[in-house]
Design a protein around this ligand. Structure first.
Ligand SMILES: C[S@@+](CC[C@H](N)C(=O)[O-])C[C@H]1O[C@@H](n2cnc3c(N)ncnc32)[C@H](O)[C@@H]1O
Length: 234
């Protein structure tokens, strides 16, 4: 597996060289709220937003090296010190590295839909993965989502509507600040329909976060490894 690269404050390091667990507050010092973008592509939105809100702190995760480098170079040119970028796989990083409950906003725009059934477990929004992006949010924080892949968008809408830890808003027009990412700008120009959602994490769900369908999947998986009645497990 390729090493996960972390860029912050002009320096680039292999994640394995950094103290574990990762201390975000050392990557980007300050007191500003955190925002995270998963699958930032060429970084149009993340770099622009970090430049416009220097008092906030930003973290981006992107698996494609070419896009990661493009965004890193743009951020360097702008001298951004309030942004950290990780070239790595978002599901692994959320599950193993990033910790929970600290972001004011999580942005996910036009995530890969993985349309084939056997690939769906790679989706960022699936009953078994949805708690990871939502888990980054602190109570009261918001997840922003957009997709032109209408089947996937509808599945994410249903998933979030059924989630006990969030209140869902369906956004039926362009964001107030216009098209945010490269994909969005292209699709808006083409007049393609887009599903946009905002899920706000409820204040009442401070810790427990488990989608009912995820829970059902975990129980089913656990049953598969239950010992046979009468077996002593030897
Ligand atoms: C369709 S593009 C959208 C890019 C950008 N968000 C936009 O709207 O222009 C999806 C992006 O997500 C990245 N990506 C897909 N799966 C990922 C994962 N598991 N972890 C991190 N990035 C991922 C891809 O490399 C790609 O840049």
């Amino acid at each position: 597996m390729r090493p996960t690269i972390v860029w912050a404050g002009g320096a680039e390091r292999d994640l394995r060289e950094l103290p574990a667990p990762l201390r975000r507050d050392e990557l980007v010092k300050g007191v500003g709220h955190w925002e995270v973008e998963l699958g930032f592509g060429k970084g149009r939105y993340l770099v622009r937003r970090a430049g416009e809100h220097r008092q906030l702190r930003f973290l981006g995760v992107e698996v494609a090296s070419q896009y990661y480098r493009l965004a890193r170079d743009r951020a360097s040119e702008k001298g951004l010190t309030n942004l950290a970028l990780i070239r790595g796989e978002a599901i692994y990083l959320m599950a193993a590295v990033l910790g929970a409950g600290w972001a004011e906003a999580v942005h996910v725009y036009f995530p890969d839909p993985w349309p084939k059934g056997r690939h769906q477990k790679r989706r960022l929004f699936d009953p078994l993965t949805v708690d990871l992006p939502l888990g980054l949010l602190r109570p009261g924080g918001s997840l922003y989502f957009a997709s032109d892949f209408l089947d996937y968008g509808a599945a994410v809408r249903e998933l979030l509507a059924a989630h006990p830890a969030v209140d869902l808003e369906i956004v039926d027009q362009l964001w107030p600040d216009g098209a945010r990412t490269n994909y969005e700008a292209k699709f808006v120009t083409e007049g393609r329909p887009i599903i946009r959602l905002i899920a706000r994490r409820r204040l009442t769900h401070e810790v427990a976060l488990l989608h009912p369908a995820g829970r059902a999947g975990i129980i089913a998986a656990a049953k598969e490894v239950e010992p046979e009645p009468g077996s002593d497990g030897a």
